[in-house]
Every structure is written in structure tokens, then in C-alpha cells.
Design a protein around this ligand. Structure first.
Ligand code: ITT
Length: 203
């Protein structure tokens, strides 16, 4: 059978395809199937992830995998968090999102280092309504001005703990790598995929 990837975000889709490829799974996206984008009415990453996965599983009559993710900044009380996409404005212009984070830090009077983390909650849903969810997290700090060519979203301002390159300075392969020895991957998304693969494929 096929797996539907319940996202309309091109950057996320590229990363999810790369990760699913690693486990030999071929995917078709909700956008490609013409499925509507459900409104994200939840108040947590888990709620929004479940809502998107269930909508795609019901709409396609196939298993569906959704990703709800975001950037949480300590000095901003965890914002933008589940609103990370919305901070980029209606056109999802992430230069606007990154500038909004920098401005909010200035208004809050925050001083560097700006501790932050990314969260990714994956949900696998079936047309009968069954779901399983998996979380991944990566800690780091924010850097201004942004560094690197854009992979997507907040990548150019996020420096993962212990490394000297921002996510924006890494290739998609570097950011999403799954270590062959089973040690934790780098990105929040790759870490959530490790938990998903362990539960669903036993690897
Ligand atoms: P779908 O709901 O269609 O999947 P979306 O962009 O609306 O797409 P989210 O609601 O989960 O998805 O928002 C996640 C936002 O968090 C995303 O738009 C980015 O701005 C940010 N984000 C998540 N993971 C990221 C990553 O690995 N690198 C950079 N930014 C990321």
C-alpha cells in the first residue's frame, strides 16, 4: 500500500520523503492528492498532528503520516511554538517569521544566548481512526543575523547544541541523517522518525 504524507509544506515534504526513503517507504503527499488542508485548531503539537493525520487518512482511505512542528524560544515563554508557521504571515514568508522572532526577543529585553528548541510530533493515522504519535526534540540557540541558504522556515537562525553550523548551513542529508549505529539523529524530525520506525518497522 501507499503512505500519504499529510503536509502542504514543501520544505517539510522534502525532508519527510528523505526520511521515509531511508526506511524504504514511498509516499504521496496530501497536496498531490488534492486533499484539503484542515484548520489547525488544536492547542498542542500532539492535537494538531493527530488532526492533520486523521483528516488525511479519512480523506484518502489510506494510512497517513502528519508532522506538527515548531520552534520554541525560552525567552518568549515557548513561542512561536505551535504558531511557528503563522508567525511567517499569510504568505508563509519565513524572512518575516525570523524577523518577528528577533523583534520579539528585542521587545522582551532578552540577552544572548537565546536558548531554543525545535519539536516535531509525528502521527500515523489509519482510516478506521486508530493513531500512534512520536515526538522528537533538538535543543540549541538562536543566532542573528541568519546564516546559510534556506532549507526552510527557521533553519538559518537555529544552531543545534554542540555544533558550529546552523540548520541553514547544512544540506538536507546532513540535517536529516539517521546514524547507522542507532544513536540519536540530529534534527527533531529525524529523531521523531527514529521513534516512529522503531515502533512501526522494528528498526
Ligand atoms: P503542514 O501543516 O501542511 O504540514 P505547516 O508549515 O503549516 O505545514 P506546522 O503547522 O507544523 O506546518 O508548522 C511548522 C512550522 O515550524 C514550519 O512552517 C516552520 O516554520 C517551522 N519548522 C518546523 N520544523 C522546522 C525545521 O526543521 N526547520 C525550520 N523550521 C521548521
Amino acid at each position: 500500500g501507499r503512505l500519504v504524507v499529510a503536509t502542504h509544506n514543501a520544505g517539510k515534504l522534502a525532508e519527510m520523503r528523505e526520511l521515509l526513503d531511508h526506511y524504504g517507504v514511498k509516499a504521496v503527499s496530501a497536496g498531490e492528492l488534492g486533499l484539503p488542508e484542515p484548520e489547525e485548531t488544536g492547542s498542542t503539537f500532539l492535537e494538531n498532528s493527530r488532526l492533520k493525520a486523521l483528516a488525511a487518512a479519512e480523506g484518502s482511505a489510506s494510512p497517513a503520516l502528519a508532522d506538527d512542528s515548531g520552534l520554541c524560544v525560552d525567552a518568549l515563554g515557548g513561542e512561536p511554538g505551535i504558531y511557528s508557521a503563522r508567525w511567517a504571515g499569510p504568505d508563509r514568508d519565513f524572512a518575516i517569521g525570523r524577523a518577528a522572532v528577533e523583534e520579539a526577543l528585542r521587545v522582551a529585553g532578552a540577552q544572548a544566548p537565546f536558548a531554543a528548541h525545535f519539536i516535531c510530533v509525528l502521527t500515523l493515522a489509519f482510516p478506521d481512526g486508530e493513531t500512534s504519535s512520536f515526538e522528537g526534540r533538538v535543543d540549541g540557540e538562536l543566532v542573528f543575523p541568519p546564516r546559510g541558504s534556506l532549507v526552510f522556515g527557521y533553519d538559518p537562525i537555529f544552531l543545534p547544541e554542540g555544533l558550529s553550523k546552523t540548520f541553514g548551513e547544512m544540506t538536507l542529508e546532513e540535517k536529516q541523517a539517521i546514524p547507522p549505529d542507532g544513536s540519536p539523529a540530529l534534527s527533531h524530525r529525524a529523531r521523531a522518525f527514529q521513534a516512529f520506525a522503531k515502533a512501526c518497522f522494528g528498526v
